[in-house]
Design a protein around this ligand. Structure first.
Ligand SMILES: [Zn+2]
Length: 582
């Protein structure tokens, strides 16, 4: 394998667009490519990649930088880790420059990972060497866990106490370091003991396939049944999904993910050929986990336990998934108490059919109330409460409207009443709430004039507006409306229509548009000023971190921004001169 030593060398070997494409769906927009930003919630793309420089920038959350910065952000890793991920993608080996400054934090994480990987090796060997009549072997037999599953999921066994401690100490790790990694636990008297005891071990990997924690199933009836590694600097349960390292490519390929709750559910489905599957680590689903899934697909099928606890876990997961604008459906498989049992009973083919026939979330809620025939008002109200909570989470106005229509059709309750109910629950989205009250939504005068100019259908005006750079448009408060007007897309969104009507009826003198160039220059000026301020702050930050590569990139961006600002000011000066000469 080729060995390289500098970041510049590595960058020269990569095609930035191909790397971005690994994570995002980019569409062409002139010299730039755009996508929905993976770092913040949005409906219209404000994430841009410059095809020539390979730099990215989001006009919504203002994250930006080069491809290494992008990997740092999206994989939630350090600079060093991002470089090694990219080196792997480029098929080269990156040997770190010895005098490269390493952060204390990076070093600690590295050490914890080493401890965890050594422990994993130990757990796996313990399982291989376990006696045939040992509890772990009996359990494996009883649950029909085959050899392939043990190999593919790197299962292990924490058996005889004391062995792992002495192994780690022999390798030069301190007891307190092993405790930080979650492998040892400090007792009351300052003694350290092994955290996992007589458990079948499910290692939990991050997206770079490094073991960051473990889940352990008791073999001797101890509580809790499943014990997870405590939160550590490398094990953040709320941000991890079990099995995603194995299934992410398949999820992207199938454009769908099957979400289960437990390790055993994942194991059963995955090893029976349902490979686009992840488990939520036995805890309630978090919005970070939901947004992690969204990187790979928009379609989630929930398959939880078929009992009351499972159903209420699904109900808790629903608004979290809907809140990320994921399309959620639910597969109910009543043949077993959990997915592990069910797939064993009905077989993988039948199980796949159940997934194909999963219900939409609205159908699921109807199903829950299937015994009620909505005759009494009380029934209807309870049902609406339930469903409104979920619909309120959906950001996409078109999708939300479709659900409202269906709900109204099926219950016979007027759509207006349901909307009112959602609004009363106070859960309507903050953005929308701002938009609901036009006075609160203060549209800058310049933007109002742009919209008026677009509505006037005057070709000269439209030509001038078309010359505004995309990034300036994206920065505007009303960018979505202006983009739609420019592209001749009909405005169907209720709130946007209201803004449009508001601007159209506002009392701005149409003569204000005569100096449309002046308006555009001022908008550009605001944009460039804001960008300069942001870049300056970022530059400071990068320098403080000692990230010279990033500082260089920002500096380049900054100088071109300043140059544009100067040009813009010059244009305004000329414009003023011309109008005086008139
Ligand atoms: Zn963003």
């Amino acid at each position: 394998m080729n060995r390289i030593t500098s970041v510049e060398e590595l960058k020269a070997l990569l095609s930035p667009l191909a790397i971005y494409e690994d994570y995002l769906h980019l569409s062409q927009r002139g010299r730039r490519r755009s996508a929905l930003c993976p770092f913040h919630k949005e409906k219209t793309p404000s994430f841009f990649v410059d095809t020539e420089s390979g730099l990215f920038y989001c006009f919504g959350c203002h994250k930006g930088g080069d491809i290494i910065k992008f990997i740092e952000e999206i994989e939630k890793c350090s600079f060093e880790e991002a470089v090694s991920i990219l080196a792997r993608k480029a098929g080269v080996e990156f040997s770190r420059n010895r005098n490269q400054k390493e952060t204390a934090e990076g070093k600690q994480r590295e050490k914890l990972i080493q401890i965890l990987s050594l422990s994993l090796k130990h757990f796996r060997e313990s399982l291989k060497n376990a006696q045939e009549n040992s509890p772990v072997k009996k359990y494996i037999l009883e649950r029909k866990i085959n050899k392939q599953a043990i190999e593919e999921l790197f299962l292990g066994y924490s058996g005889e106490r004391g062995k792992l401690i002495s192994l780690l100490l022999k390798e030069g790790f301190r007891k307190d370091e092993c405790a930080t990694a979650g492998i040892l636990q400090e007792g009351k008297n300052g003694e350290y003991y092994e955290y996992f005891r007589e458990r079948l071990i499910f290692p939990i990997f991050d997206l770079q396939n490094r073991a960051v924690g473990f889940g352990g199933r008791t073999l001797i009836g101890e509580e809790p049944k499943y014990l997870n590694t405590r939160e550590t600097p490398v094990f953040r349960k709320r941000e991890l999904l079990y099995g995603l390292n194995l299934s992410k490519d398949e999820i992207r390929k199938e454009n769908r993910v099957i979400l289960v709750e437990g390790y055993m559910d994942f194991l059963s489905l995955y090893t029976r050929g349902i490979k686009n599957c992840v488990a939520s680590l036995g805890t309630s689903l978090t919005s970070t986990q939901a947004s992690l899934l969204k990187r790979y697909t928009n379609n989630v099928v929930l398959v939880y336990d078929f009992d009351e606890a499972g159903k209420s876990a699904m109900e808790r997961a629903l608004p979290i998934l809907l809140g990320q604008d994921l399309d959620v459906s639910i597969a109910l498989v009543p043949e077993g108490k959990d997915p592990d049992e069910a797939i064993k009973l009905i077989g993988a083919d039948e199980y796949k059919k159940r997934i194909e026939n999963s219900m939409t979330f609205l159908e699921f809620i109807f199903y829950k109330y299937s015994k009620s025939n909505f005759i009494s008002l009380e029934d209807k109200l309870k049902f609406l409460d339930d469903v409104a909570q979920n619909i309120a989470e959906i950001n996409d106005p078109i999708k939300r409207d479709a659900y409202l229509n269906e709900l109204s059709d099926r219950t016979g309750v007027k759509k207006g009443l349901i909307t009112e109910k959602i609004e009363k629950m106070g859960k309507i989205h903050s953005v929308d709430r701002n938009l609901l009250n036009e006075k609160e939504f203060e549209i800058p005068e310049g933007e109002q004039l742009l919209i008026k100019a677009l509505l006037s259908a005057n070709n000269d005006y439209i030509k001038k507006i078309l010359s505004i750079p995309e990034e300036v448009i994206q920065y505007l408060k009303t960018s979505s409306i202006i983009t739609k007007l420019l592209n001749g897309i009909e405005i169907t969104d209720e709130l946007e229509s209201r803004i449009l009507a508001f601007v159209n009826n506002s009392c701005h003198d149409i003569n204000g548009i005569k100096n449309l160039e002046g308006v555009i220059y001022r908008l550009k000026k605001d944009f460039l000023e804001k960008k300069r301020r942001e870049l300056t702050a970022k530059l400071k930050e990068a320098k403080a971190r000692g990230d010279n590569d990033l500082a260089d990139i920002i500096l380049r961006e900054l100088s071109s921004t300043v140059a544009n600002e100067a040009k813009n000011i010059e244009n305004i000066r000329l414009e003023l001169k011309e109008s005086k000469d008139d």
